[in-house]
Design a protein around this ligand. Sequence first.
Ligand code: ADP
Ligand code: ADP
Ligand code: ZN
Length: 216
Amino acid sequence: MILILLGAPGAGKGTQAQRLEDAHGLIQLSTGDMLRAAVKAETEVGLKAKEVMNKGQLVSDDIMVGIISERLDQSDCKNGVILDGFPRTEAQAEALDQLLNDKGLSLNAVIEMKTDDAVLVERITGRYTCAKCGAGYHDSFLKPAVEGVCDKCGGTEFTRRSDDKAETVKSRLEAYHNQTAPLLPYYKDKGILKQVDGMAEIDEVTHQIEAVIKQI
Ligand code: ADP
Ligand code: ADP
Ligand code: ZN
């Protein structure tokens, strides 16, 4: 199964992708996580991406398509993947169609997580992750059961992203509306676009996504 979660920054893609991994044995392919790992490791891609990401702009299509194509070839992806944060431009969507075709694969569904921009600043500025296992949390909306201790792995160190500041959210939202939102009609025309209410509570969003998956 190949799913795309499509939504604005902060819409809840990563949160839901982590749940789908656990529930369906799928692999979450987050291009944002891959880029952050490359930045940390100071690879060639990381050095190119760092500044662009901190400005809230998009990394070049060539780099992104290369990263995702290589990742899809790894054996752990054979049971299926959730694409989280890719594609983000029409050029990436077209390249994805081509490369899935070449690999004998196809998209099962593109799930739009619909949100109002007004809630996204609070979601993004309150976001943090477990440094050990990557589980995502929120200062108000998704706290660990025991304060300061990760529910999943018991880790006690957490990190915040350097681009999760109110100043960068504006350019990230602009990038979403200008460059990514045109993918909605692109996938609608192919008959694979589904929608869920990204404004609902986290469990309710999961429920709506599960309902979509049952139909495929
Ligand atoms: P994305 O991957 O789309 O950028 P995340 O899944 O990281 O978004 O969610 C952004 C932040 O908002 C996280 O801190 C997460 O815990 C929180 N969050 C996710 N979904 C919801 C929701 N439906 N309601 C409230 N907060 C949410
Ligand atoms: P968010 O959770 O806010 O949606 P991501 O973690 O997906 O953000 O991405 C963080 C940053 O990494 C983006 O602002 C962008 O600079 C870069 N990035 C991630 N995925 C892509 C992509 N498919 N194309 C271009 N840039 C990307
Ligand atoms: Zn953890």
